[in-house]
Each structure stands twice: as C-alpha cells, then as structure tokens.
Design a protein. Structure first.
Length: 233
C-alpha cells in the first residue's frame, strides 16, 4: 500500500514514533512538520496536528493532497462517556461525529451536518479489527473497546455537558479532533481509524487524573500504532 498518515495529538507520542523511523524527510506546511519515512517496514507520514477540529482537518487534507496517503491513523486521548471504560483503556472508532454541530433550528437532528446525508463518518472495519487484535496482544493489562467517538471544540469537564453529549450521540468517548479527521478522510475516500486512550471521565476530574495517566497512555498508543502498521497491507 502507499504511505500511512499518522496524526498524533501529543508531542511526546509523536516524538516516540519519529525516533523509531528511518529514512526521514521533514516537510513543513501550515505550521505543521510532516515526517516522511519508514516505520515497521511501511512508508509513513507522522505529524502532530495541534488541538481542535480546524487544525485536525487542515492536517488531514495536507496528508491527502501533498502526501497522497492511503490510510490515516489518529491517536490521542479522550474522556470516557461509558461507565465501563476506565482511565487507561482504549477506544477504537466504529464511527465519529461532531457533537457540537447544531442546526436544530433548521429541522436537523443535533449533530447532523446540514445538507449531508451522513450523521456520522464510519471508520475502516479492517483497520479497527486489526487494531483490536493487536491491542489485546501488546497491551493485555488494559481493556479495549469499539465504539463511536464524538468531537467538539470544547474540553468537556462538566457532568451536565457530558450527559447531554451521551444523550445526543451514544458515543463511548469525547475529544476534540477525531471527527474532523474522519470527516476529511471520508470526503477524500481515505480509510481511517481513530484511537483514543481514556485520560479522564469527562466530569471534572481530568486535572487530577491526567498527570498519572499520560506516560502510560503514550506507551500503550505507541505499541498499538507500531503493531497496527506492521500488520496493515
């Protein structure tokens, strides 16, 4: 297959992947550094998008236009929207949507983008199934779930906001980039998978939990990403 685009949310996570790459070439576009090279025997482009949906969408479109990637993996952190999913666990996207899209005044359901048929954007089944198998193998100490991931340009730390997102979306996790990446990949007909390590419960305890969680999340995500890339064909 052609190059695989890997979008990371955390600088430390991207650094770990870059350190494992060979034949590296760096291209700077839209204030982002795109690292082309080889990882696990596959051509990859690794980049940190920055926070929020606009940064994520711009990054994804550059991967499509400039690097012609044939698949996109997005890793990062998220808040749990499901009581069974604990801090440190991983969620693999069945689909992604924008929880902050609201055109209800025009008769659309909450989260529906006007004049689009899609309510959510489906992740690639083969990539998700492979990631599920890899994660159970390389990260046996944590749980891995398959479910919807909801994105919005807000950090969710209020229980009432969390409950509203659950009601509107039925999502397993909430964060700030995945839907923009999935939406852009979908429009470009590029298969994608969003991988999220749970950092908090999206209910106000994030600051307390995050410092203990970050190092392990990076370790789990890097292991999973490497294993997934090695098995993609």
């Amino acid at each position: 297959m052609g190059a695989i685009g890997i979008i990371g949310a955390m600088e430390e996570e991207v650094s770990c992947l870059k350190d494992k790459m060979s034949e590296v070439k760096v291209t700077r576009k839209a204030s982002m550094d795109f690292y082309e090279g080889v990882l696990e025997g596959k051509a990859v482009v690794v980049v940190r998008s920055g926070i929020g949906k606009v940064n994520a969408a711009v990054c994804t479109q550059i991967l499509a236009d400039t690097f012609q990637v044939e698949a996109i993996i997005n890793t990062g952190i998220a808040g749990s929207l499901n009581n069974e999913i604990n801090i440190g666990d991983i969620v693999l996207s069945t689909d992604v949507l924008h929880h902050d899209m609201d055109a209800t005044g025009f008769g659309y359901p909450k989260c529906q983008i006007p004049q689009m048929e899609e309510f959510s954007f489906p992740g690639n089944v083969k990539m998700r199934e492979t990631a599920l198998s890899v994660c159970r193998e390389v990260n046996p100490e944590i749980q891995v779930f398959e479910g919807r991931i909801a994105s919005g340009d807000q950090f969710v730390s209020d229980k009432d906001v969390k409950d509203e997102i659950i009601k509107n979306t039925g999502a397993f996790a909430v964060e700030m980039e995945g839907a923009a990446i999935g939406h852009t990949a979908y429009l470009n007909n590029i298969p994608f998978l969003v991988i999220r390590a749970i950092s908090d419960k999206a209910d106000g305890s994030a600051q307390m939990d995050y410092s203990e969680f970050e190092a392990k999340a990076i370790e789990h995500s890097v292991r999973l990403t490497q294993g997934l890339i090695a098995r993609l064909s």
